[in-house]
Design a protein around this ligand. Structure first.
Ligand SMILES: [Zn+2]
Length: 136
């Protein structure tokens, strides 16, 4: 779940506007620098939902998740999913992703797994499209 496009996702702090209209700051979000898929870090999702609910009940419009979950827990998540080479070089795709996908494609061909082959081919096409494209 914490992998996407063949690499580990990266954590960053983001401000999130919750379903019950509370502006929650400092939420650790995992995101994929390649396809830009993102979601709230699973380790803190429950804290986030409870906090957003409690804030809404108390009539708060904005609050920091660090007040509820604690700095240590939030920093721990940031450390577990550190910035990778894609962030440091501002690249959407790195060679390692293309190489490992080609390796997997060979395995899929050996296993004659057509569905997997198709998934990997689509991933490669996306990588080619994003190669040389700078991260937004
Ligand atoms: Zn991705």
């Amino acid at each position: 779940m914490d992998h996407c496009c063949g690499l580990t996702m990266v954590a960053r702090l983001q401000d999130v506007y919750s379903e019950n209209s509370v502006f929650i700051q400092d939420v650790p979000v995992l995101y994929c620098p390649t396809c830009q898929n993102s979601f709230i870090a699973p380790e803190i999702e429950l804290d986030y939902h409870l906090f957003a609910h409690n804030c809404a009940t108390d009539g708060l419009r904005s609050a920091s998740l660090a007040d509820a979950a604690g700095d240590d827990k939030i920093l721990g998540i940031l450390e577990r999913y550190p910035e990778d080479i894609r962030i440091r070089t501002s690249q959407r795709v790195v060679q390692e992703q293309i190489d490992s996908t080609l390796d997997l494609l060979n395995v899929a061909k050996h296993m004659d797994d057509k569905v997997w082959q198709q998934e990997l081919l689509e991933r490669l096409q996306m990588f080619i499209r994003l190669s040389g494209v700078n991260r937004l």
